[in-house]
Design a protein around this ligand. Structure first.
Ligand code: NAD
Length: 297
């Protein structure tokens, strides 16, 4: 079994570290927050005094951090993880970050003699806890083959999407489609309500017709239609509206940088911005239906 450094023990990182421990790996972890350190301890990880300390002697270093600046910072700090991990270690960044920062992290890792992967996840806190995450992975073949052992301990599926940054590219494209589809489903639901259609009738038709999509059939914003959906639990996240706004912002920035016309993506980003400003950003992103309903009063 391997020695793994785990940096970032937040909502996602702590349960992911717990699954690495359950798989028999020795996990040395670090986070800036005291509460997150406690969560790491409870997960069975040894808490190090710094990220660099955690990386000493590690076969693999996993990061699960808020944004690109945190990942690049932790990689390149004078006392950071690249400085202290043994040469040839595998670096896996599971955070959702912009493609440019992901590529920069790969370059930094390679320059320091390490192998690296970008491996953002889908599945949220529930998937992180159950060990059923999907990883979208970018990096060289050899690094992917080596990383699969660790990814298997934390998830159910890993898709090798291509070279450095390809995992992040897949993640933001998927989540842009998801943000748009949830907004579309929310508008369809409120229009149906205004037209006097029952939720059950709308669900029975759309879930088996051409308008069917994950936002209707798996995370349906109408309570009582799909067992375990956030809407059936007062819109407790799940995947928060704030995180959807983050991912849509990354997608729109990438669209601007590449000259791609993503008008629906930009519109969805503005909707989720207004949704967050309205105070609902900590709810599941399917609570968009409440925002549309309120605006339609
Ligand atoms: P979180 O805010 O709960 O956790 C992030 C942790 O990183 C915090 O505990 C913070 O203290 C720590 N941190 C920040 N800077 C640090 C540093 N320099 N050194 C050490 N620790 C540092 O966030 P989360 O919900 O766990 O999400 C983590 C990543 O996963 C994000 O990129 C997010 O977009 C992505 N993600 C989250 C979800 C979800 O449902 N929460 C789903 C998919 C992807």
């Amino acid at each position: 079994m391997a020695t793994i450094a785990f940096i970032g023990l937040g909502n996602m990182g702590a349960p992911m570290a717990a699954n690495l421990v359950k798989a028999g790996h020795a996990v040395k972890a670090f986070d800036l927050s005291a509460a997150a350190k406690d969560a790491g301890r409870a997960a069975g990880a040894e808490i190090a005094a710094s990220a660099g300390e955690a990386a000493k002697g590690a076969d693999c270093v996993v990061t699960m951090l808020p944004a690109g600046k945190h990942v690049v910072g932790v990689y390149s700090d004078a006392e950071g993880i690249l400085k202290h991990a043994p040469k040839g270690s595998l670096f896996i960044d599971c955070s959702t970050i912009d493609v440019d920062s992901a590529r920069k992290a790969h370059l930094l890792a390679h320059a320091a003699g390490m192998q690296s992967l970008d491996a953002p996840v889908s599945g949220g806190v529930t998937g992180a806890t159950a060990g059923t995450l999907t990883f979208m992975v970018g990096g060289e073949d050899g690094a992917f083959l080596r990383g699969e052992t660790y990814l298997k301990a934390m998830g159910a599926r890993s898709v090798h999407c291509g070279a450095a940054g390809a995992g992040q590219a897949a993640k933001i494209c998927n989540n842009m489609i998801l943000g748009i589809s949830m907004a579309a489903v929310s508008e369809g639901i409120v229009l149906a309500e205004k037209l006097g259609l029952s939720h059950k009738a709308l669900f029975d038709v759309v879930s088996t017709s051409s308008g069917s999509c994950w936002s209707m059939t798996k995370n349906c914003p109408m309570p009582g239609m799909v067992e375990g959906s956030a809407s059936s639990n007062d819109f407790k996240a799940g995947f928060t509206g704030e995180l959807m706004l983050k991912d849509l912002t990354l997608a729109v920035e990438a669209a601007t940088a590449t000259g791609t016309q993503c008008e629906l993506g930009d519109h969805a980003r503005r909707l989720y911005e207004a949704f967050s400003v309205s105070g609902q950003g900590r709810l599941d992103f399917s609570a968009m239906v409440q925002y549309v309903r309120k605006r339609s009063e």
